[in-house]
Design a protein around this ligand. Structure first.
Ligand code: HEM
Ligand SMILES: *[C@@H]1O[C@H](CO)[C@@H](O)[C@H](O)[C@H]1NC(C)=O
Ligand SMILES: *[C@@H]1O[C@H](CO)[C@@H](O)[C@H](O)[C@H]1NC(C)=O
Length: 500
């Protein structure tokens, strides 16, 4: 046997030993994975995780797993090994270390349908560029000077036709409101216009696919949604061409703005517009429906809201103004408590999709590089150690202690105020914090203003919010409408002259 042959003969066993050592090392390195059950091969525990449950709870799956394993556990979800976190501290840590230790990682089906350029799936520089465009477009100056009055206009358009003793589906009405507003804001589509209505229809099909299983076969919701996606994109593209031809470009909408102020390609603009329509419409409409639902069973909060808005309305009457302005909005303090409480208890967005891009150690647990990480942001909001009686709708918990019947909201001299607002993350956090959070709160406040000043409402049939895990009212929240018997209101809804 020559030296060479001898060496060649030795290579395989040495490699084998090295591999085993390496495996051992890796195993050793990750010996402190969080506890948990990896479930069935491939499917893992996905079915249990996605089983619908009441939106004001964390659901049986989380409940069982947290009591068995604690707030951080491992599982196998969406076909990947996953760390699930119901731990507020870890959730904050994940969101704040975006791009360093963790990275946004939505399932491929979401990218397939929202588009590969959607800012919800983009990471790194491209994400930062697109985010900058969205933030510019949703800036405080624009909210004050332009969006407030557009929000007001669309609120009145939706609430105006509500008739005495009629039953309306509050969720559908809220969707109409946010869709019309976003469509006008993004590409100047007018409510009631046939092309707007057509787009709305396509969009509904599209939405069904976003939340369905990503099975691309004829007849599936996902396949139909992909078709709707191309119809919608074709529509936006035509708008873009029209806009390019116009001499006098309208830069008041997002389309005009990106055409002028960015170097994005056509594909990028299409995906950006579609994702903004999606991000801005689905979420805030559900939030509005949730507030209508929670307030219906909390007359004391409606009473307090009515006082607040009557006062604003009276002051406007005295000064002879009609349209709401930023100062009026800033006076809606209790309304902000109702908004926070609605988002805390209703949890429009329940969890986020992330991936570890480095080996991470947290509170003694190992999170291996490449594993999926799901921060369940809703879990902290319903955690009795962070919020007193977390299942009660109690807007007062957000006020100062004098009026606070419960909640670790604001007892002077304790640090609990910061404790709970630190753990309150309905809009996510870190470099991907919701770009539309201020707009969403503005939409809710203005809608609530006109709602409480003009109507009483009662559930017309039983309904409640479910997490599928996207939040939805199975019966679209039917309510019976009564007009408030008060002609003294300045801020009653003007009779719609141009109905649509
Ligand atoms: C109550 C209503 C809303 C809730 C609860 C909500 C929640 C969220 C959450 C949790 C995220 C973070 C996603 C992640 O980190 O993976 C997010 C991102 C985002 N939201 Fe909202 N959102 C709402 C309304 C809106 C509105 C009205 C708009 C605007 C038009 C909007 C635009 C966006 C955008 C553009 C992002 C992506 C930000 C980025 O990746 O940098 N959202 N939203
Ligand atoms: C777009 O590209 C041009 C030339 O490449 C550059 O001068 C301009 O600053 C860019 N604009 C933006 C918003 O990136
Ligand atoms: C609502 O929550 C936010 C945190 O998202 C906090 O900054 C704000 O002060 C809260 N509002 C009220 C009225 O407590």
């Amino acid at each position: 046997m020559s030296d060479l042959e001898f060496i060649l003969f030795l290579v395989p066993p040495i490699l084998a030993v090295l591999t085993i050592l390496n495996l051992f090392k890796r195993k050793h390195k990750f010996q402190n994975l969080p506890p948990g059950d990896m479930g069935w091969p491939f499917l893992g525990e996905t079915i249990g995780y996605l089983r619908p449950y009441s939106a004001t709870t964390i659901g049986d799956f989380m409940q069982d797993h947290i009591s068995r394993y604690g707030k951080i556990f491992k599982s196998n979800l969406f076909g990947e090994p996953t760390i699930v976190s119901a731990d507020a501290g870890l959730n904050r840590y994940i969101l704040q270390n975006e791009g360093r230790l963790f990275e946004c990682n939505y399932p491929r089906s979401i990218g397939g349908i929202l588009g590969k350029w959607s800012m919800l799936v983009q990471v790194g520089q491209m994400h930062r560029d697109m985010r900058m465009i969205s933030l510019n477009f949703l800036s405080n100056a624009r909210l004050r000077n332009q969006l407030l009055s557009e929000v007001e206009k669309h609120t009145v358009l939706v609430l105006g036709p509500w008739k005495q003793d009629s039953v309306v589906c509050a969720q559908d009405e809220a969707k109409k409101f946010t869709f019309n507003f976003m469509a006008e804001h993004i590409m100047s589509l007018q409510p009631g216009n046939p092309e707007t209505e057509k787009l709305k229809k396509e969009y509904i099909t599209f939405m069904k696919g976003v939340v369905s299983a990503p099975l691309n076969f004829p007849g599936t919701a996902y396949r139909k949604a992909l078709q709707s996606r191309s119809t919608i994109l074709g529509f936006i593209e035509r708008k873009m061409e029209e806009r390019r031809k116009e001499m006098n470009r309208n830069e008041n909408d997002l389309l005009g703005w990106v055409l002028k102020n960015s170097n994005l390609s056509k594909e990028q603009i299409l995906d950006l517009l579609l994702s903004l329509l999606f991000a801005g419409h689905e979420t805030s409409s559900v939030a509005i429906a949730l507030s209508i639902f929670f307030l219906e069973s909390c007359p004391a909060a409606v009473q307090r809201l009515t006082e607040e808005h009557l006062e604003i309305s009276r002051a406007k009457k005295q000064s002879g103004e009609t349209e709401l302005n930023w100062d009026d909005y800033k006076k809606m303090e209790f309304t902000q408590c109702v908004i926070n409480e609605t988002l805390r208890l209703g949890n429009v967005v329940r969890f986020l999709h992330r991936k570890a891009v480095k080996d991470v150690r947290y509170k003694g647990y190992d999170i291996p590089c490449g594993w999926k990480v799901l921060p369940v942001i809703s879990a902290a909001h319903l955690d009795p150690s962070l919020f007193d009686r977390p299942h009660d709708f109690d807007p007062w918990r957000w006020q100062n202690a004098e009026e606070s019947p419960s909640g670790k909201g604001g007892i002077p001299g304790t640090s609990s105020t910061t404790k709970s607002s630190n753990n309150f993350m309905p809009f996510g956090g870190g470099p991907r914090l919701c770009a539309g959070s201020e707009l969403a709160k503005l939409e809710m406040a203005i809608f609530i203003h006109y709602l409480v000043l003009n109507f009483h409402w009662k559930l017309a049939a039983p309904d409640q919010a479910f997490a599928y895990p996207y939040v939805d009212f199975p019966n679209a929240l039917p309510i019976t409408i009564q007009h408030r018997s008060s002609n003294k209101l300045n801020h009653h809804i003007p009779t719609p002259n141009s109905s649509y």
